[in-house]
Structures are given as C-alpha cells and as structure tokens.
Unconditional design. Structure first.
Lengths: 178, 606
C-alpha cells in the first residue's frame, strides 16, 4: 500500500461533514509527511530469497518503521502539553479513553501498555491513521500540529506508571469519571 | 458483610448462608399479592424450553419447572460447562429449544448450537458472522450482546456492528443478514430482538454517541424492514399519529419530539432502544424503553427532550406510538428508561389491573396501566435523593434542585448514580409469590457537566460522573418487591452492584449472580440464601432453566464479567488483548481481587 493510499484510505469513522464544526481552534499547518523508505524493486515472479533484510524483517508491527522515526516538536513542552490536554477534551478523546486517559470505551492511556507502540511517532500514527478496534483516523481532519500536541499530552499520562504487578492489599487505584 | 468476610467464610466452607436477608420472612403459603399473575399467555413452547430472551412475552423470567426446591437445592452441583471462547461481558441468556441449546457470545457475536442429547454436548453448528471490528470501539459499555430469540426454526440476533441476522436453527446456515445501523455514526446493537408474530423487533444502541434512537420491525422470513420508528423527531418520524394518546395532558403536544428540544438538537438526541422488549398479544402492543438524551450535559438541550428516557407502547404491526410516558423528563443524570417492562395483572386498590412494572434507572419502581400509560404507583426501590417522589397527577418527578446537574458545576452525592438503581440486569416475577425479584445497585455520584461538540462516531457525553457506594456500606442488593403496594419485602445486600438478571421458578427458588462470581439460590418467599457456587468470572448475564433430555431440571448461566459495570475492567485493554482484570477504580475497589476475565457457560443440576 502506498503512503498516499494509507493517508486517504476511508478508515475514518468521522464523517467529514460532521467534523466541520470543531470549536477547538489552532492554526492549521502543513502536514508533515513521514519519510518514505524505498524498497528495491524485484521482478514480479522472483522471490526475494537472497536479499538480506536484517533491519526491517521482524515479527509483529513495524514499530521501527517510518512513523516511529518522526520526532515530536512539542515533546516535553509544557505549554503545548497543556494545549494537548485541552484538545483531548475538545475532540472527545476523553469520553472514549476516560478522564486523564484512565480507560473507558477505549484503552487506558495510563498503563504504559501500548498496543501499537508508544514512541511519539507510533502515537502520532495511531491518531493519524486510526486503529482497528474503532480508533478514528484524525489525519487530514485536524491539523498535524494539533496531533503533535495530543501526542505530547497523551505520552505524559503514563509517566512513571508501572503496572506489571498489582498488589491489591489495601489498594485503590485512583480513577475518576466514566 | 465485607467482601473479605465473605471470602473468609467461604474458604472455611461455611459461606452458604453468608448473606441473610433483612426484613421479616413471610409465613403464609399463599401468594403474597393475592391474584397477581403473569399478564400474557404462556409461551408456545414446552415448560422445559426457553425460546425468547425473558422466556415469555411478559418478560417474567418465570419457569414452571419445579424439580429444584428450597428443600433440595443444597444438592445442586455443576453438571457441565462450555467455554464460549470470548472474554468480554456475557450479558443475556442461553436459549433451549427441543434438545438444543443456543448461545450468543459478546463481540464477535459467535452463535453456538449444542446438542443436549449427546455425551459431552457437542456442537451441532457454530456460526461466526462477519462483524466489523471497529464496532468494539464504538460501543459505549463493553461489547455485550443480550441474546437471541427463536421462532419458526430460526435463531435471530443482533451484531454489535449494527446488523441483524437470522440463521437456520437446525444447520446454522445464514438465512438473512440486514444492516440496521450506521457504525460510522456510532450506532451499534446490543439488545436481544423479540419475535412478535412474524416480526422481529430490533432497537439501536449508541445513546452516548449522539445517535438518533430507533426501533424497527423486520419480516422474520426475509429480513425485510417493515417499519422503523425514531423516538425523537417530528410526529411522522416517531409515528405519533391519531392513535397516539399519552395519558398526561402536558404530553399531548404536536411534534412533541421536536418541540421539546432546542433547534435541531433532537437530531443527535439519543433515545436508543438497547433494553428488553415486551408484548401484550391481547392489546397488540409492544413496550420498550428509550435511553438517555444526548448529550448528558443538559444545558445544551433545555426542554423535556421527548421521547428520551421514556417508556413507549407501540403497535407491532405499524410501529405507531400508542402512548408514551417519560419517567425522567429532561434527564440530566443519564437515567435511561430502557429497563424491562414486565407485564402482569395486579390487584390495585381492590380491582385487578393490567399493568406493566418497570424498575427505572432513576430509582423509582413504576406500576403503570399498560393500556393507557397511567402511573398507578411509583416508589423508590433503592436509596435516592435526586427526587422526593413522583406526582401521580402528572407522572413527573419532584426534582430536588440541589441535585440538578449543570455545566461547569460539580454537584456532589447524587443518588442513584448514572448506573441507576437498576440497569440492564432484568428482574423476574413469580406468580407463585406475586413478587418481583430485582437485582439493584446502591451507588451515588458526583456530576460535572461540560460543553461538548458533536463529532460523528465519537462520544457525545459532556459530563464527568465519578461514582461511589451509596448509603449503608453495600453497593448492591437483591430485593423482593411487591408492585401492588410499592414496597420491598426482603433484600440481600451485596458488596458489589448486582449486575446479573434474575430467574424465578415454580419450585419457589429464585436465582441470581453477583459481580464477584457467585451464583446464588434463594428462597422465593423468605429471601434466605439456600445455596451458592463460585464460578470463574463475575456474572452479568441472566440465569435460565430448562429440562434436559433426561427429564431433569437444569440451571444455566454465563460467567464472564463486563458490561457497563465491568466496563473499566473490560475496557482497560483491547478486546483481543485480555491481559488482566481491573477493578472499577474508586467505585469498586477490590473487585479485581475476586474475579477475572471469563467466558463460560455453567450448567447445574441436582
């Protein structure tokens, strides 16, 4: 699948017409296109037995793919993170992922369990392209620099959270909201 | 009793009578409500079968089987089990027709037919429908399914992604598959369809997504849509014509479904039909509830918001609205009125009345004349403070203004919480005792409304409502209710909300399950817990009973925590990544100590 196909494939759960009424206002910027990796072409009837792919043949999702190489211009930027928190509410992320990303309809964003990778680029891709369990594809619907604000915010939610062990003795996990 | 105490008692093997009911057990052998009876004819199937979601059109969940009694129920034991292969909230109930048991799982909504005549109960068939994966993230409250209906050799049920399917009960062959909802706008389907004559009655889910709720009828033979009625919108859409006669004068308004909304807000106004349907063949009326209005934040929709949070009677042949009643006008607490309407004939003030009994999310138990929609009685069945009562002259609640939610204001300690005094967990009625057996929640909430923008396919909620346990130190109670007088007869307090349905039997044993995984058998008269068994995962489905090919009475129930009360347990990870189980935060601390994910059918016999 070519990159342009990926970006404009009808994955979006969000109807364009309905999205035209956003109230969250942030200046629109040019979309930042991820770098395209060239794959050497092969004759159509020839298997690629003898081509070594030590770096990009791997089981599972390609978390080290081109998206993962993107850097977030707003990583750690307190002002942009605060704006991301606002956008998280404005775009109804909160009511899916719970208050402060505690998990509700959608997965928790506090637990450090990243189903599709947790680097800034991975999270950008999840928001941009959507994910199979119903995460809408926001790419092209909202500005890329808003997505980066969301990425910066979302990645703060699991800071320092370790959940491998749950010791229930006398413990209540702080969580609020629906 | 604390969960810890219950666990300790059980470990010691003396837990069977751990929960004693409050209130005095009655001593008479006759019905406690003289003359009370199920208001519809018995189903067309044998006593040992169960072909409709609640067994009969009345939604009684009562079975004439009587082999299991208070005297012998202590000998109940696991007969066999079956893994559904799915680990989400298992609401609903199996069906048994002839010698076949039919199961429907949560998403991906697999159907199984098990041959009860063979050792090991092998499958006759398995049907795995095409079902869009994106539906998992569009469903507000876990990916539940509340079961199938059987008629005319067909198993009919709904898919989470908005389809209704019919399969051949003998072969599992798909007979028809109809798209009913638009997933891209957040429409899913979780309810159990009801087959009325040759029509399949189906309703939508998605009240948290700004959808416009509807109910529809499909032809059983072909799946062809015969009518579709919205619950909000102009009279033509909600099918309020010349036959529409609401009981209360204030409801007799032209285009009530738009006049009670500002501007076009009704178009995203919710009022879905995700609960249970009942049917009175004599009056030829179906009864259904509607969900909360959208969004929760009431500031964005001043007005009564008809017909959200309402009980509606319709003609099953045309969809016409015959009467409608709104337990919670202008709902600003997420008090859907989708709970089941149980059709019974009750002695009311000296005369027998054809009524429906409805335990609303808002905490009031309504006894309503089912021909006219007149509220005969409305009494709290759980601790509540949002209203002081119901005015029987208007049917409207007397709202406590201190508990009215608002945008930007954090209103504290509203009871019941948005989960309601009761939620989807269906109650049962026994004509033997005249009592209703009701699984309830005892929860309160803080509520802060927030402005929200409609974005199709995303939640349209606009409120934050953390929950806590209600007064008394318990969070659920299984109660027996006299709907002729509006009074609780007894109750069994539980440490967690009772999210399972109830089953009443002619043996005078009543069954229910708990969120921490106990199936309990209770004396229908006294409320004494006679037997209990700890299954693998919390029970949010409804127990049912049937007669096996060997002539014995069996009790069957799903084990598999989830649903809205298990939402944060279920929702913590994606459906295909069932890593662990989470307690519902501050609402149900400790639940995860007692249960974990599951998807099992448990079957019990003497």
């Amino acid at each position: 699948m070519s990159l342009s196909t990926t970006l404009y494939a009808p994955l979006a759960l969000v109807a364009l017409s309905a999205v035209a009424i956003y109230r969250a206002q942030t200046p629109q910027t040019t979309r930042q296109m991820p770098p395209v990796q060239q794959t050497p072409s092969q004759p159509g009837n020839q298997p690629t037995y003898f081509v070594e792919h030590p770096d990009h043949i791997q089981p599972g999702l390609s978390f080290q793919g081109r998206w993962a190489e993107l850097t977030n211009p707003y990583e750690g930027n307190a002002q942009r993170i605060a704006e991301g928190a606002q956008l998280f509410i404005s775009y109804n992320c909160l009511d899916c992922h719970g208050a402060d990303g505690s998990g509700a309809m959608g997965p928790s964003l506090q637990d450090n369990r990243w189903h599709f990778g947790g680097t800034p680029g991975d999270v950008f891709q999840s928001i941009y392209e959507g994910r199979p369990d119903g995460m809408p594809a926001w790419g092209g619907r909202i500005a890329d620099d808003q997505i980066w604000r969301l990425v910066a915010y979302v990645r703060t939610l699991s800071n320092g959270h370790a959940v491998a062990t749950e010791n229930f003795t006398g413990k209540t996990i702080a969580r609020t909201g629906h | 009793m604390t969960p810890g105490a219950l666990l300790r008692l059980t470990v010691l093997g003396v837990g069977v009578l751990a929960c004693q009911p409050s209130g005095a057990p009655p001593s008479s052998d006759s019905s406690l409500v003289a003359g009370a009876k199920i208001g519809t004819p018995p189903p067309a199937v044998a006593d040992g079968e169960w072909s409709l979601p609640a067994r009969d059109y009345a939604n009684s969940r009562f079975s004439n089987l009587a082999e299991i009694t208070p005297a012998n129920v202590k000998n109940l034991h696991v007969a066999w089990t079956f893994s559904t292969g799915v680990l989400r909230g298992h609401e609903g109930q199996p069906l048994v027709v002839g010698n076949t048991m039919y199961l429907v799982t949560p998403y991906p909504n697999v159907a199984y037919a098990l041959d009860l005549t063979q050792p090991g109960f092998p499958l006759k068939w398995k049907y795995r429908p095409e079902n869009a994966q994106a539906a998992v993230g569009e469903a507000c409250c876990d990916v539940v399914n509340r079961g199938a209906s059987y008629a005319d050799g067909k198993i009919v049920y709904n898919l989470l992604d908005g389809h209704t399917v019919a399969v051949d009960a003998a072969t599992g062959t798909e007979l028809w598959r109809v798209k009913m909802g638009d997933l891209n706008r957040g429409e899913t389907i979780t309810m159990a369809p009801l087959i009325v004559k040759t029509r399949v009655i189906v309703g939508s889910s998605g009240g948290e997504m700004g959808v416009r709720g509807w109910i529809a009828a499909l032809d059983l033979g072909t799946g062809k849509e015969l009518w579709r009625a919205y619950n909000v919108g102009p009279d033509s859409d909600i099918k309020a014509g010349p036959r529409f006669k609401p009981f209360y004068p204030q409801d007799k308004v032209v285009n009530s479904g738009t006049a009670s909304w500002p501007g076009d807000s009704w178009k995203v106004g919710g009022a879905t039909v995700w609960g249970w349907i009942s049917y009175d063949p004599e009056l030829n009326l179906i009864y259904h509830g509607t969900s909360n209005p959208g969004p929760w934040n009431g500031v964005q929709r001043p007005g009564d918001n008809k017909w959200s949070a309402a009980i509606i009677a319709r003609d099953p042949d045309t969809g016409e609205m015959i009467w409608a009643f709104q337990p919670t006008p202008h709902d600003i607490w997420d008090y859907d009125a989708v709970n089941e309407n149980i059709l019974v004939d009750l002695p009311m003030g000296g005369a027998m009345r054809k009524v429906l009994v409805h335990f609303d999310r808002n905490g009031f138990a309504y006894t309503i004349d089912r021909a006219t929609g007149q509220v005969l009685l409305a009494k709290p069945f759980v601790p509540m403070n949002w209203a002081s009562g119901v005015d029987l002259n208007t049917g409207r609640p007397n709202v406590n203004v201190d508990k009215a939610t608002a945008q930007g204001k954090n209103v504290k300690d509203i009871c019941p919480s948005l989960e309601g005094g009761k939620n989807q967990q269906p109650a049962a009625f026994s004509p033997k005792t005249g009592l209703f057996y009701v699984p309830t929640n005892n929860l309160c909430m803080d509520f802060e409304g927030r402005e929200v923008t409609y974005i199709a396919g995303t939640p349209y909620i606009g409120g934050n409502a953390p929950e806590t346990g209600g007064p008394g130190g318990y969070k659920g109670e299984f109660i027996a209710w006299d709907a002729a007088h509006g009074r609780k007869i007894w109750g069994i307090k539980e440490p967690f909300p009772v999210w399972s349905g109830a089953l009443a039997t002619a043996g005078n044993v009543v069954f229910y399950g708990t969120l921490d995984g106990w199936l309990k058998a209770v004396d229908a008269r006294s409320g004494a817990v006679l037997w209990q068994f700890k299954v693998g995962s919390g029970i949010v489905g409804a127990p049912m009973t049937y007669t096996g090919p060997d002539g014995k009475q069996y009790i069957a129930v799903y084990s598999g925590i989830g649903g809205d009360m298990g939402l944060l347990i279920a929702g913590d990870v994606a459906a295909n990544l069932p890593y662990d189980v989470r307690e519902r935060g501050t609402t149900l601390p400790d639940l995860a100590r007692y249960t974990s994910w599951g998807g099992m059918l448990f079957v019990f016999a003497l």
